[in-house]
Write a protein that binds this ligand. Structure first.
Ligand SMILES: [Zn+2]
Length: 128
């Protein structure tokens, strides 16, 4: 199983839901389908997707709920990741360099303490 070397306890993937009627996938999980209102069942999403759009947060968000890291605030990227299931997830983008971010780049999303985070998909993970 693939784990993030920086936080080995975090497993890849997201807990979403899928409509039993029209097959629409939602994240976060919902009891009712956002399209037809029918009942939705829990569905585990592998978290593989591509970057749909993004921006850079250049000032510290209001705290709480924002928890500044121990080293203090640093600008970070936020984006929407379009998962293979068609749902777009807002996530913090964990990249080494903000200049490396490209729309359409492959990303893997994990939910860490309920906050979705996306990191570039490594070559070995693609297609798995
Ligand atoms: Zn539906």
């Amino acid at each position: 199983m693939a784990t993030d070397p920086r936080s080995p306890t975090v497993t890849v993937g997201l807990q979403g839901s899928r409509c039993s009627g029209c097959s629409v996938t939602a994240y976060p999980a919902e009891d009712a389908c956002p399209r037809c209102g029918g009942p939705a069942d829990p569905e585990f999403l592998p978290g593989a997707g591509t970057l749909w759009t993004w921006t850079v947060q250049r000032y510290a968000p209001k705290s709480p709920p924002y928890q500044p890291p121990p080293g203090g605030f640093e600008p970070f990227a936020l984006g929407y990741v379009e998962l293979a299931e068609g749902v777009r997830v807002a996530a913090v983008l964990d990249v080494e360099d903000l200049d490396d971010i490209r729309i359409g780049m492959p990303l893997t999303v994990t939910a860490e303490h309920g906050v979705p985070r996306a990191r570039p998909t490594s070559a070995g993970e693609e297609g798995s």
